[in-house]
Design a binder for this molecule. Structure first.
Ligand code: ADP
Ligand code: ZN
Length: 627
């Protein structure tokens, strides 16, 4: 059962979004071949079943008549000239024979009383369909294959033949985005205003011999408004906006990406002045050495982008804006002068910005007096997109309840839903599980409450939410940029608190799987401390840079095997220490743990002040102290 800490990742680093290009490309090609294989198998099995009589044993007609008259044959089906024979004891025809056209087998001496005989005309339509299918399908498959190969070759040869027309989205003017729609991010907006001016009055700059920038890179976490800003530039300047996403290129068959780029740029040039927006450019513009086997088509796409941009002569009037959340992973060729040489960082919003973003998104929704200030305070680490999502959820919840105005209670519920997942009041938990959950959450809360460098307990609940049985929330009283070792250690100890409480109350081996995500959290923090922050004892001040691990994904770091062993030891040491400190706190405060668990069972949810009231007088034992 997780504890909500109000930040997404240790050290407040942006959670890297892995570019999906290689993976999905490989998968796409795999799907294509699987599809071909399925068709071939389907055709051949159809062939066999359609010609099912071919698998039957051929026997002479005289033999059939003789055996029938001797009672050895159960059934005879005559279809046209074909005679299908089901011998006694069989369920289906196993033999086949032919009779002469125009003559009946009764005339040839078959005794009609000895076997069941059915006569039918061959179905002409069925035959025609069948022969069409058996000839047509293989041709279709072969033609399809041919088509596919040509498409690949053409795309590679810069000869698009109409494939690969960019399906770039052009936003029409009715949905014009303006800078007023973007809250916070003042620096980024300032830089972009300049671009708007270039687009509006290029002459002014040309007259002074200034070179108008062609490429602009927006770097920042997902959901921080990069797309929004690019659209606002187009909206403010009143120019058309063409957009495509790097991950869309990755969806394409080999080589099509390059021709899409060509098409996109030619459209933009025709409509100049205009904006081209390339989202998730990291998906095609990975560092070259980092590319796996599937790199070739990425490279074609990337090269095409570079060729197009190099072809701008300063009067083209097209400005290319690209967005990425992994600027460190970009191919350096992309960042050279004349290409994406202007970088604008877009950051996760600070408290003041969050309040403004919330205001923007509640502006057009009817609401009573709502407390956006305290919501902004609670939403550390959330992006603009998350905040927009909260506003939308609040509106949905209000409408669902048939109300006309959003009130604070819907806002709070929407926040909790977005941050952790919806309440599931109807989830059945038996009494025993409920009690265990209460002790588990109380364990987190007591440890967090007592340790000096943990954030305050904001809320504890045993109402199931998302995939969890209960939640303990810790929220920072203010935004912070840095974390100390003390804070890391207190967070790890309070995360351990759940499982340790279970063990203390029910016995060391009665612990449950409810602590799975807590332990993962502890492990992640411990590794981050040791590998990324240089905060362990033995490897103090050493960090191990992340290396791109190619298309199989997963984080990889650069260190030797000896170091790997030391890292493991340090992680182990930190984990053990966290468990020990949690245990020391809980053992010293067993009565408080029990009172809090009881209160949770009665009330289900306790707010900050209620927790503080119950835990007043809880003490920090010397064994749990760090300083
Ligand atoms: P990104 O491109 O950085 O992933 P988007 O521009 O797609 O993020 O943002 C998604 C949505 O989040 C926007 O459409 C907008 O509703 C909201 N949003 C993000 N940042 C802001 C902001 N600074 N001000 C107002 N809304 C924002
Ligand atoms: Zn837990």
């Amino acid at each position: 059962m997780p504890i909500y800490t109000g930040d997404k990742k240790p050290g407040n680093k942006p959670a890297p979004k892995k570019p999906s290009s290689k993976k999905s490309n490989a998968i796409r090609n795999l799907f294509f071949w699987a599809f071909i294989a399925v068709i071939i198998i389907a055709v051949s099995s159809l062939w066999q079943s359609g010609n099912s009589t071919h698998r039957l044993e051929e026997v002479p007609i005289s033999d059939v008549i003789r055996r029938a008259n001797e009672g050895e044959i159960a059934r005879i089906e005559i279809v046209g000239q074909e005679v299908r024979v089901t011998p006694e004891g069989e369920d289906e025809p196993t033999q086949v024979s032919r009779k002469e056209a125009g003559s009946s087998i009764f005339e040839q001496g078959l005794n009609p009383d000895m076997a069941e005989v059915s006569v039918s005309e061959p179905s002409a339509v069925g035959d025609i369909i069948w022969s069409l299918l058996s000839i047509g399908l293989p041709i279709l498959v072969i033609a399809g294959l041919f088509f596919f190969m040509i498409k690949q070759m053409n795309a590679g040869n810069n000869q698009a033949m109409g494939f690969g027309k960019a399906n770039a989205k052009v936003y029409n003017d009715s949905k014009k985005v303006k800078f007023d729609d973007i809250a916070g991010n003042e620096n980024a907006k300032q830089d972009l205003l300049e671009v708007v001016d270039f687009l509006k009055s290029p002459k002014k700059y040309e007259a002074l011999g200034a070179k108008i920038p062609t490429g602009l890179l927006l770097a920042g976490d997902p959901g921080t408004g990069k797309t929004l800003m690019a659209r606002a530039v187009a909206g403010e300047a009143g120019v058309p906006f063409f957009s495509i996403s790097g991950s869309e290129f990755a969806e394409m068959f080999v080589g099509v990406g390059a021709s899409r780029v060509r098409d996109l740029f030619s459209k933009a040039r025709k409509n100049a002045p205009s904006i081209i927006f390339i989202d998730e450019i990291d998906a095609v513009a990975h560092k070259r050495d980092a590319r796996g086997g599937a790199g070739r088509e990425d490279e074609q796409t990337l090269n095409q982008i570079l060729v197009e941009m190099d072809g701008f002569d300063g009067k083209t009037g097209v400005i290319v804006i690209a967005a990425t959340n992994r600027i460190d992973m970009l191919d350096k060729a992309l960042l050279r002068p004349g290409r994406f040489d202007r970088h604008i960082n877009v950051q996760l919003p600070e408290r003041k910005d969050r309040e403004e973003i919330l205001a923007v998104h509640f502006k057009n929704k009817p609401h009573a007096k709502i407390d956006l200030k305290s919501l902004a305070a609670k939403t550390t680490g959330l992006s603009g997109a998350d905040l927009a999502n909260i506003a939308n959820e609040a509106a949905i919840l209000t409408a669902r309840d048939g109300k006309k105005e959003i009130s604070n209670s819907e806002v709070v519920e929407a926040f909790e839903k977005v941050a952790i997942g919806p309440e599931r009041k109807n989830k059945v938990m038996n009494e025993k599980e409920r009690e265990l959950t209460a002790y588990h959450e109380a364990g987190h809360a007591v440890v967090g409450f007592v340790l000096p460098d943990s954030d305050p307990v904001h809320k504890v609940t045993v109402i199931p939410r998302g995939r969890t049985g209960g939640v303990t929330w810790f929220l920072p009283p203010e935004d912070r940029s840095y974390k100390s070792i003390y804070e890391f250690k207190d967070i790890m100890a309070r995360a351990m608190g759940g499982r340790i409480a279970e063990g203390l109350i029910y016995g060391p081996d009665a612990i449950t799987t409810g602590a799975g995500s807590d332990l993962k959290h502890v492990a992640d923090l411990a590794r981050a401390m040791v590998i990324e922050e240089g905060m362990s004892k033995k490897l103090r001040n050493r960090v191990f840079p992340e290396v791109d691990s190619g298309w199989l994904g997963g984080k990889k770091y650069d260190y030797s095997e000896t170091t790997a062993r030391e890292i493991d030891e340090e992680v182990e040491q930190l984990t053990t220490e966290a468990a020990k400190r949690a245990e020391a706190v809980l053992k010293a405060n067993l009565p408080a743990l029990k009172t809090l668990a009881d209160a949770l069972l009665k009330q289900e949810t306790l707010e900050e002040s209620e927790v503080a009231a119950v835990l007043k007088g809880a003490k920090l034992p010397d064994t749990a102290k760090l300083h």
